[in-house]
Design a protein. Structure first.
Length: 617
């Protein structure tokens, strides 16, 4: 395989190099979506696409779940051989997750658990002991898969978790126990009997009878010989999507060496027992700061899945003619929905990239990045899910087949929504943290002058925050308490940021046509959010009839503009459709099905052809 800087270049099935786009409009749109690191994106894309992963037909749930470890090991080797290096490079890690979301549906579900929640946690909180180095070395090459054991059957519970880790001074280690069913760890992916797993386990540390709060501990949980002594594992029932080897886990005297404690320099077992410079209530949140990294990577993956879904759907819509007449893409209902989905995907993709860039340069454990991740992950995941449902529904029967990938992208997005913190709860927490001055969350280099529709989104955000401060939750919109008002505020802040990010991208685009398309995408995204929240704007005196008329008029104009440029907009996603080998991604979907069926394109010349069942690959 041809390589550049040690990474392969993706080749087409006929062995040719992929075409290099020289269209300045597409180049500018690609920069808005992917940033300036195009070469890195192409190198990672080549590796992930080269894994050959694809939606499966005829496999059992357990068989599909078992594909991930080999894919992980192969990807690590092809990307330089070190998962630690990937985990410690925020931009590379995020790009790997994005292209896994597009081209490797079985790999994505284990990536953030391995890179963010295991390796990054050890890197941030490890003590460099021989024990930790040994386990980290296994994770580095994918010999073992990293897993976070956080959620309990009674709930995630945060600092109120019930799993206990009792210090045994003579043995120099901890005994992990599950005191009741509510404390059983729920859904970590360690049920596969063929794959070694290393766990970062959160538990309530008990030293000399004192409760020292919830901290993570590092331990092997499964080897080639089975689960560790003191650990009971039951395979959970199948999910409806994203096959993984989820398990229900109970501890009964699982021993973890003292060097397994992951407390950084601020929570250690010393000569005088347990020592910490952090108050007990704050220890859990200090210890799980790497969840913010995982949330950003999952957010980027969700947006990438939406881009892939739109790429294949637009490709299909631009060639299918129902009844042999009007193109799907020219039908008003289809075009309207595709335009809305494209605008939302551009806005959220650009926002996700900007926040990733900010996180890449932020100090480890930066609390501001934590708030950004709680805002961005729900918006990108919810938007991607809505976009992908649109792709499936507008594609009719084709969209329901896994061979067209959309179903798997939907499944992974549905798995992202509750992962690393259920998205609605993240918005609740983010709203509570930012209500005093949510507008202070501003993107670097935000233009001083913003379009009127972006300012309207900001006005709603400020209005909701002001209502919160007055304890007038009705001002937030359709709310029933302060929690739901906090969610409304976080949603308003997130939408304002997405519209601002896209507008900012339009002001820096180097191509006039791309600049106009990004401006129209900003308008469509913002104006549709205003329409969706129309009762709030009307009830609060911010949408008199003349403003409502302008919203409708401008929205129609910008939708028409984007609708005339569907091909350029999806080309900006830089997705090679040939890799999918799917009818909706093919240049001619009818020919794809003909080649799949291996039937003649014309009926038999005489007589009646007999049709027999034929097994297809």
């Amino acid at each position: 395989m041809t390589t550049v800087d040690g990474l392969p270049i993706l080749a087409h099935p006929d062995g040719t190099r992929p075409p290099i786009h020289s269209d300045p409009t597409v180049d500018a749109l690609r920069t808005a979506i992917l940033g300036t690191e195009t070469s890195l994106h192409h190198r990672v894309r080549a590796v992930i696409a080269g894994l050959g992963d694809r939606p499966s037909t005829g496999m059992t749930y357990a068989t599909e779940a078992s594909l991930a470890p080999d894919l992980l090991r192969t990807a690590i080797a092809a990307l330089g051989g070190s998962a630690v290096a990937i985990a410690n490079d925020p931009r590379l890690r995020g790009i790997v997750c994005e292209w896994a979301a597009v081209y490797a549906p079985h790999l994505l579900p284990v990536l953030t658990g391995h890179l963010d929640l295991s390796i990054a946690t050890i890197t941030a909180l490890g003590n460099g002991s021989a024990y930790q180095r040994e386990l980290l070395a296994e994770l580095d090459i994918g010999e073992s898969v990293g897993v976070l054991l956080l959620t309990e059957l009674g709930g995630t519970n945060g600092a109120d978790q019930q799993t206990t880790a009792t210090w045994d001074s003579p043995r120099n280690g901890f005994w992990l126990d599950s005191p009741d069913p509510a404390s059983w760890k729920f859904m970590p992916n360690i049920a596969d009997t063929t794959t070694p797993k290393i766990g970062v386990i959160t538990a309530r540390v008990i030293v000399d009878g004192r409760d020292e709060g919830v901290l993570p501990l590092l331990s092997r949980v499964r080897t080639q010989h089975g689960v560790e002594a003191g650990l009971s594992v039951l395979v959970l029932p199948d999910k409806g999507w994203t096959p993984m080897d989820h398990a229900l886990i109970r501890f009964d005297k699982l021993f973890v060496p003292g060097d397994g404690l992951l407390g950084g320099t601020w929570a250690v077992i010393g000569a005088d027992g347990f020592e910490s410079t952090v108050p007990v209530p704050a220890r859990f949140h200090r210890a799980i700061a790497t969840l913010g990294q995982g949330r950003l990577d999952l957010a980027g993956a969700a947006a990438a899945g939406a881009r892939a879904g739109l790429a294949v759907t637009v490709n299909y819509a631009l060639q299918r003619r129902p009844g042999g007449r009007t193109l799907m893409a020219d039908r008003g209902t289809v075009r309207r929905d595709l335009v809305s989905a494209l605008a939302a995907t551009y806005a959220t993709s650009v926002l996700g990239r900007r926040v990733q860039d900010m996180a890449a340069t932020a100090p480890t454990g930066d609390q501001v990045v934590g708030v950004w991740s709680m805002l961005v992950k729900p918006l990108l995941a919810y938007t991607a899910h809505e976009v992908l449902l649109t792709c499936r529904q507008r594609s009719g029967a084709q969209g329901t087949l896994r061979t067209n990938w959309i179903q798997d992208w939907i499944g992974n997005t549905e798995a992202i929504i509750p992962a690393e913190g259920e998205s609605q709860l993240l918005w609740k927490q983010a709203g509570q943290l930012t209500f005093r001055d949510s507008a202070a969350l501003a993107l670097p280099h935000t233009p001083r002058i913003l379009p009127w529709y972006v300012r309207m989104l900001g006005d709603r955000e400020k209005g909701v925050a002001a209502g919160w401060r007055r304890d007038d939750i009705a001002v937030a919109g359709i709310t029933i308490d302060r929690d739901t008002a906090a969610i409304e505020l976080a949603a308003a802040t997130s939408e304002r940021l997405a519209a601002t990010a896209l507008w900012q991208a339009s002001t820096t685009a180097e191509d006039d046509i791309a600049r106009g398309l990004l401006e129209s995408a900003t308008a469509v995204y913002a104006l549709e959010r205003i329409l969706c929240r129309g009762t709030w704007f009307a009830a609060n005196g911010r949408m008199p009839p003349r403003v409502a008329q302008r919203v409708r008029r401008d929205l129609h104009h910008h939708r028409e503009h984007l609708g005339a440029h569907l091909s350029e907009l999806v080309a900006g996603f830089d997705i090679d459709l040939d890799v999918f080998d799917a009818p909706m991604a093919a240049p001619d979907y009818l020919r794809w099905w003909q080649e799949w069926a291996r039937w003649s394109s014309t009926p038999a010349a005489t007589g009646i052809a007999l049709v027999s069942d034929q097994a297809k690959p």
